[in-house]
Structures are given as structure tokens and as C-alpha cells.
Write a protein that binds this ligand. Structure first.
Ligand SMILES: [Mg+2]
Length: 405
């Protein structure tokens, strides 16, 4: 079985939501230290520019969604799928097409190692995102050729009912809204939730107070015996975070995520020492080497590398093994739920206890999937179809065309 080439397909459709109703609130961002960016609205942040994977634009009847999917073609009558990927991923995928042409797509370790060795300047960031998409598509092709779901090829299942935490990106964080939505998510069966801080460096005491009010409202709503996580999205400084640790400790958060920018690993370790609650990180870290750096420094209590960003199934499997050695759980960042479900199903609850389910984001990210992986009563199961089990639903696309990188 050989790889014969890559093909990119762009699907465009309309999400049936008014832009300013779909994204009701935004999160804090590192760039918010500059007041002109701090003033951006949720629509500024989420609609128009697009995300890593999706181009979006306000349309008359909703939000126009445009996504690119990678098809890795083989000579065996099966095609590996991965996506959505953003426009700027395509060049970082296409650069490996010649290298992998003629390779056996089932030799995922060899293909990954070829890419890593070839991209000597590309050991992190966008290049690894491109490698991740290819790797996911190769496992999909392998699964389809073998007639098995990917979680079986990864050595699973350890379990197939996977608890999800509701990740509340895009939901408003004023205390009344938090109380309403936190109660609703608990009622829907989610065993845990994550909320996103709106304020970081530059927002002063007022911002810190508003962050604290978010945490207080959420904890008072769900009670003590319920997992509550909070995400600062790399937007705090060391001193800001130390102050927030004192403020938040009485509400017993079950983790605070990305308190500072990813490269400040020594600060992570210092904050972890200072906090009476867990510190999570790694969403913006890459490969087993990045995982080992965080783990060996004692920088994190929870590792959050993303399957579609940090190296695909091949590399996340290595990261999961490293995390298990340190007894630090791997709870992958949730941009591609079907892949995460396969990976998580192949590990024990101790290693991979939760699936992140971004409640709003997945309406967009799985928009073109025929059978989106969505939680029922707070759990998902990995698809049982061969490969990753994702088929595109061309009927919801208003336009579909092959595109060049
Ligand atoms: Mg995060």
C-alpha cells in the first residue's frame, strides 16, 4: 500500500446563527496588553478573521464557514481524511507530499520521523500542525484499509464511554449568565466544565475582581463536588497569576490553565508550587520533546497537547506515555473531538480522564461532518467505523472545490 498524493478540498456553507449571538463573549488573549486589542469584541475576535481551522465571515443569514480538508490518496482504494485545516496549514502539509509519496501510509512512525527529520526548522508550531493533519489522515487510511477504528490500532479500547467536560468558550462571563449556563450544563449531564477568563494584564484590579466573580458564580452554582476548570489563555503575568492564585484558592478550582505564555516554563513551575490547586498547560506546546520539557520541569499538573496541533496520533501517543510515567493526566485540547476520542479511548482513565468538548466551537468545527461526535448525557464514544470514522456531508456545503496549497 502506497501514498500516491495529497488533495485539498474547500467546503463553504452557512452556520445558522447570527454572528453576535453565536459568540456572545470573548476570552482574554496575550495581545490584550495593548489597549486597542483589549477593546476587541467577541465578533472582532471570532468572526471575520477566522480561527486556526475555519475562515468565517458575517453573512446575511448567518455565519459563512469555510474549511479545508486534506485527503491523503493511496493506491489501495482508500483515502485518509483530516481536517478542518486552515488556509495557512496547506503549505505546511503540501511541503511533505513529495517526501511521503510512495511510502506505506500504515508505517506511521516512519512517516512521522521522515517529516520531523526533513523539517529541521519546523519542530514546533505551524509545521507540526501540518505534520499532525497528515498523521491523522495516515491513521485514518490505515484504519480504513484494516477495517478497524483507529482506537483499536492504538491498542484500545480501555473504555468507550468517555466523559466530556463542557468547555464554555464564547459564553458570557458576567455572574448572572454564568449561573444560568453553568446550571444548564450540569443539568445536561456534563460531569465538569471549563470557563474562560475575560481579563488579564492591563485590566487592573477591576479585571482581577471580575475574574474572581466568574469563579465564585460558577462554584456557587455547581457545588463543591464537581470539577471546575478555568482558562487564562496565556494572558497573565507571573505577578498577576500569583495574585489570582490567592483570590481563587477559596473556590477550589480543579485547574487553572495557561496562566502565562507557554515559553515561560520556569514560571509555570513556580506557580504550580504556589497554587493549592492544579496548573494545566501544553495546549500550545508540540511533540514529545515539548511534553518532556514541561513534565521534567514539574511545570504542570495536567498536559493538554492537541492531537491536531502537537503531532497527531503518533506523537500524542508518545506524549501520553511520557505523561503516564510522571502520573500527569493528558487531557488533549479539544479542536478535533473525533481524533481525541480515539486517542483517549485507547488509554486508561488515569492517563486520559476527560474529553474537552467546546460547546459552541464544535457546532462550527464539526459543521461539515455527516455524524459529528457530540456528547449525550456528558459522554462521547469514538466512532466505530473504520479509520477515524468521519465522513463529510457534502449536502450542507453550498460550495465544494479542490484547491491548491
Ligand atoms: Mg485552553
Amino acid at each position: 500500500m502506497e501514498i500516491t498524493g495529497f488533495r485539498f478540498e474547500r467546503l463553504t456553507g452557512t452556520l445558522d446563527h447570527a454572528p453576535d449571538e453565536f459568540y456572545e463573549a470573548r476570552l482574554s488573549r496575550p495581545i490584550d496588553v495593548y489597549p486597542e486589542f483589549r477593546a476587541d469584541t467577541a465578533t472582532d475576535v471570532f468572526v471575520g478573521g477566522g480561527s486556526e481551522e475555519t475562515e468565517t465571515a458575517a453573512a446575511e443569514d448567518g455565519i459563512e464557514v469555510s474549511q479545508v480538508f486534506l485527503h491523503v490518496e493511496t493506491d489501495a482504494g482508500v483515502t485518509g481524511l483530516a481536517g478542518p485545516v486552515g488556509d495557512d496549514w496547506m503549505a505546511n502539509i503540501a511541503r511533505f507530499e513529495g517526501l511521503l509519496a510512495g511510502e506505506d501510509p500504515r508505517a506511521t512512525e516512519r512517516c512521522w520521523d521522515l517529516m520531523y527529520r526533513d523539517a529541521i526548522h519546523g519542530r514546533k508550531g505551524k509545521t507540526v500542525q501540518g505534520m499532525s493533519a497528515i498523521d491523522v489522515a495516515l491513521w485514518d487510511a490505515h484504519g480504513k484499509a484494516a477495517g478497524e477504528p483507529v482506537y483499536r490500532l492504538l491498542g484500545g479500547p480501555c473504555r468507550t464511554e468517555l466523559p466530556c467536560y463542557a468547555s464554555m468558550l464564547g459564553f458570557p462571563v458576567d455572574p448572572d449568565s454564568v449561573r444560568e449556563r453553568a446550571a444548564e450544563m450540569k443539568e445536561r449531564g456534563y460531569p465538569a466544565q471549563k470557563w474562560f477568563f475575560r481579563y488579564g494584564v492591563g485590566s487592573g484590579h477591576e479585571g482581577k475582581g471580575a475574574n474572581e466573580e466568574l469563579v465564585r458564580a460558577a462554584r456557587e452554582t455547581v457545588g463543591d463536588d464537581y470539577d471546575l476548570f478555568f482558562d487564562a489563555w496565556s494572558s497573565w503575568s507571573r505577578n498577576y497569576a500569583l495574585d489570582m492564585i490567592d483570590r481563587l484558592a477559596p473556590y477550589d478550582p480543579d485547574w487553572v490553565e495557561e496562566p502565562v505564555q507557554q515559553d515561560r516554563k520556569a514560571v509555570y513551575a513556580e506557580l504550580r508550587e504556589a497554587a493549592p490547586f492544579p496548573i494545566a498547560g501544553g495546549e500550545h506546546e508540540y511533540t514529545r520533546f515539548g511534553a518532556q520539557d514541561l513534565l521534567s520541569r514539574g511545570a504542570i499538573d495536567v498536559l493538554q497537547m492537541d492531537t491536531m496541533w502537537a503531532g497527531g496520533f503518533t506523537e500524542l501517543s508518545h506524549a501520553a506515555t511520557l505523561a503516564s510515567v510522571h502520573d500527569v493526566p493528558l487531557i488533549p485540547h479539544g479542536h478535533f473531538v473525533p481524533a481525541n476520542a480515539h486517542l483517549i479511548a485507547a488509554r486508561s482513565e488515569q492517563v486520559c480522564p476527560y474529553v474537552e468538548y467546546l460547546v459552541r466551537w464544535n457546532e462550527q468545527n464539526q459543521f461539515f461532518f455527516a455524524d459529528p461526535v457530540k456528547p449525550e448525557d456528558g459522554t462521547v464514544s469514538p466512532p466505530d467505523d473504520p479509520g477515524i470514522g468521519v465522513e463529510l456531508d457534502y449536502d450542507v456545503a453550498e460550495e465544494c472545490k479542490t484547491v491548491e496549497a
